[in-house]
Write a protein that binds this ligand. Structure first.
Ligand SMILES: CC(C)(COP(=O)(O)OP(=O)(O)OC[C@H]1O[C@@H](n2cnc3c(N)ncnc32)[C@H](O)[C@@H]1OP(=O)(O)O)[C@@H](O)C(=O)NCCC(=O)NCCS
Length: 193
């Protein structure tokens, strides 16, 4: 099993199929939060649940990942267990392989928030996706009112592109989403600077 990406404070580690029940119980979505889509309390955050379902039966590595998606623990180095998850899945902007990008998502538990880990984890994930795949684009979307995630993405090197009006139905209403992205050459510039 290959080592996940890490920095001085954090490491990302693929969730294993055996850990899916932990993901569902301890890391269940937060009622009323930005990742609450009305799913059952026993389900993982929506994106992670999707990865669990999508990867069912096709996991030679035993990890929750395939060529389309993956979900990783965010762990603080030095112990204490995971503080949340990050997730990625493929998005297509044309029929050819070159037009494939990655959409990422994050869900930190309350005790993992407010310490800058959100930006670091998303930077680590985007860097890793550029290093291990040929994608030109990594993107993220967040509720227009999720100012902590917007700021975390900017700190992670993402650029705000625009607003998807009324795109997401959650908590009984449609919500505007803000789109952010990082491109491969921007990632290289960041690494050189
Ligand atoms: C959103 C999330 C990833 C942010 O990560 P985080 O590490 O907790 O972020 P922080 O609290 O350190 O805040 C990041 C920045 O936003 C700022 N910020 C936080 N809340 C803010 C608010 N309500 N208004 C304005 N700025 C805010 C912080 O001051 C910080 O700014 P700085 O980098 O200039 O110091 C994390 O809180 C989380 O997982 N939340 C729950 C799930 C979620 O919302 N996921 C994203 C769904 S798209």
């Amino acid at each position: 099993m290959e080592e996940g990406p890490r920095n001085e404070r954090l490491r990302l580690r693929f969730v294993t199929r055996a850990e899916a029940p932990i993901l569902r119980s301890r890391y269940a979505h937060e009622p009323g939060g930005f990742n609450d889509f009305g799913q059952a309390a026993t389900e993982a955050p929506a994106a992670a649940e999707h990865a669990i379902q999508a990867s069912r039966g096709q996991l030679p590595s035993g990890e929750l990942r395939d060529e389309h998606s993956g979900v990783l623990w965010v762990e603080v180095l030095g112990g204490g267990g995971p503080i949340g998850t990050v997730e990625y899945h493929r998005v297509m902007y044309g029929p050819n392989a070159e037009s494939a990008g990655w959409m990422i998502g994050i869900d930190l538990r309350p005790e993992g928030r407010g310490q800058g880990y959100g930006a670091e984890a998303q930077r680590l994930l985007a860097d890793w996706l550029f290093q291990t795949t040929s994608a030109n684009r990594v993107e993220a979307q967040t509720d227009i009112d999720n100012l902590a995630e917007a700021r975390a993405l900017e700190t992670a090197g993402f650029t705000r592109e625009g607003v998807l009006r009324g795109a997401q139905f959650r908590a009984g209403a449609y919500h505007d989403l803000v789109v952010y992205s990082r491109l491969r050459d921007e990632s290289e510039k960041i690494e050189r600077s």
